[in-house]
Write a protein that binds this ligand. Sequence first.
Ligand code: PLP
Length: 289
Amino acid sequence: MMNMQLVYLNGEFLAPDQAKVSVFDRGFVFGDGIYEVIPVFGGRLFRLPHHLARLEASLAAIRMRNPYSVAEWDAIFTRLLRANGTADQSIYLQITRGVAPRDHAFPPNATPTVFAYAQPLKYPPAEQLAEGVAAITAEDIRWRRCDIKAIALLANALLRQQAIDQGAVEAILVRDGFVTEGAASNIFIVRGGRLITPPKGPFILPGVTRDLVVEIARAHKIDCDELPVSADMLRAADEVWLTSSTKEILPITRLDGRPVGGGKPGPWHARLFALYKEYKQAFIAGQAN
Ligand code: PLP
């Protein structure tokens, strides 16, 4: 499968086709588990403490304990990364409640299933950065705990596919007239030189990239508010961006078939993306956390 040499499963490092999970795993049967995706730039895990803190929060929210210490996670990641060469990578990890006879109630003694692998990072193609991408708006049909990074992503997959079917790359989700996030990203708008992103809470995933963009903006005295963004504000925005660990900061230049602002990536995107890349270079050089 793909160009992956090793996966980690329940204490073992295995070839992907040797890694097997029970059909009674609650991840398979109920989607009862959580996950993380951690980018690796220049061989270093980017914003690792933030990802581990979010992992802890997701586990606590589904009433599971972290099966491993930070040192144990680190040993797993290091071995996976070493097996996969030196290009930029991403680590995917997931933890499910384990194998048990099918019953909604939590099994009293199940051992969590832990799965992880590393793969080369696929950056967005250059023309997407140069021209921006198309997005659609869609009703946010998900549940009320979108702050949990749950493996149950059926709604997100349906919404993303709706975007793909319309020739777009992302669905921007709207709940009760307000933007929550993308199907697999967070959303920023720019309006009159101010950045605005929806506030954290149960309706969005607290994106690590989102938080970093807010942090970088404020460090450079760029106005950045965490405030509700109505669907009308989205449509009237000068610029719209999506953020995620693997797509970084990507301009959205068409929304529901109409141009966003001037229909080209805007100056605020150029500024924040340059600052982000500067931060990333400093991180790779060991000068930022
Ligand atoms: N929101 C959702 C629903 C996501 O799935 C993701 C990540 O893929 C994000 C936001 C962005 O989070 P991060 O910046 O931590 O990758």
